[in-house]
Design a protein around this ligand. Sequence first.
Ligand code: UDP
Length: 371
Amino acid sequence: MKYDYLVVGSGLYGAVFAQQAKAAGKSVLVIDKRPNIAGNVYTERVEGINVHKYGAHIFHTNLKEVWDYVTKFAEFNRFTNSPVANFKGELYSLPFNMYTFNQMWGVVTPEEAMEKIEEQRSEIKGEPKNLEEQAISLVGRDIYEKLIKGYTEKQWGRDCSELPSFIIKRLPVRLTFDNNYFNALYQGIPVGGYTKMVENMLDGIEVRLNVDYLENKDDLDKLADKVLFTGAIDAYFGYKLGNLEYRSVRFENELLDKPNFQGNAAVNYTDRETPWTRIIEHKWFEFGKDENGNDLPKTVISREYSSEWKPGDEPYYPVNDEKNGKLYEKYRELAKNEKNVIFGGRLGEYKYYDMDAVIASALEMCKKEFE
Ligand code: UDP
């Protein structure tokens, strides 16, 4: 049979697109080169714990349309992300807020904190030109040196003075005692894990796993009128204009025979010397309990290491600097000539999308495509 759509990649963009296509009465085939669905939001159960296999994913959004959409496929718990920063054994609250300022400078009131920040940010004159200047002008040099510089340079493998300032603007700065990492109206983790949520989205849709689209492109293209491609746009074109740069992440997972390793879902190691960027203790995304409310006796932790992407690695983060932006625009031009192919998602659009933004963008595309 010939399908209306072939969806390449069963991550969030692909799953939303497939779900909406089916709802619009289209026939859809979803393929994925991995042995599992759900792309990088994939979770796997270990000892009753939903392990975020491709890194911590905390759903948060201000978009009511997106929240209404995801809650059709999963119930969300009340998890609030409050990572702790560990700088050489000193612990600080994140994001930057009154607790952090108190721990850093001993200041007690918002006026005192503001005074400290004003004093330190005055070293930056004019518009911040890069992440380093942006960070110092937001929170001052002390916080930059202890909580931003080492972490960012490990995560991106680049000097803070060579990184775009928008990356750091993701982090809120608050003069209140509020450790909620995100400024989002809606936040939580899908009960039972992300894999189950994506399974629900793909309910009734044919999915073929372990199928590599780019290796079997000609045959697979014959199966459908149109293709949605959510892989890396440069890979689609055989890297013919050169590689876009990505950051990859590697995880060292450990199952520990104890109930509590670090007392929090995420601890960021913000010094330059510790080789990992953060340690995730997965059970705390669901309050250390199984689905019946029982305490889990063991724990799974993942040390996260960042590296420059090379062929064969999983691409995680597009490096949205000027050089890559220009190359992406060239690929984008090529993509426009692929009449029956839609490019979408973090890799298809080479964009540091959060989960909610991916879903919003997929829903938007579906409106154009199916209405
Ligand atoms: N960041 C930082 N220190 C931290 C956490 C984050 O300097 O302890 C900066 C860093 O530049 C990072 C950016 O904030 O690249 C975004 O971090 P986040 O953890 O939100 O990114 P994620 O990997 O979760 O998408």
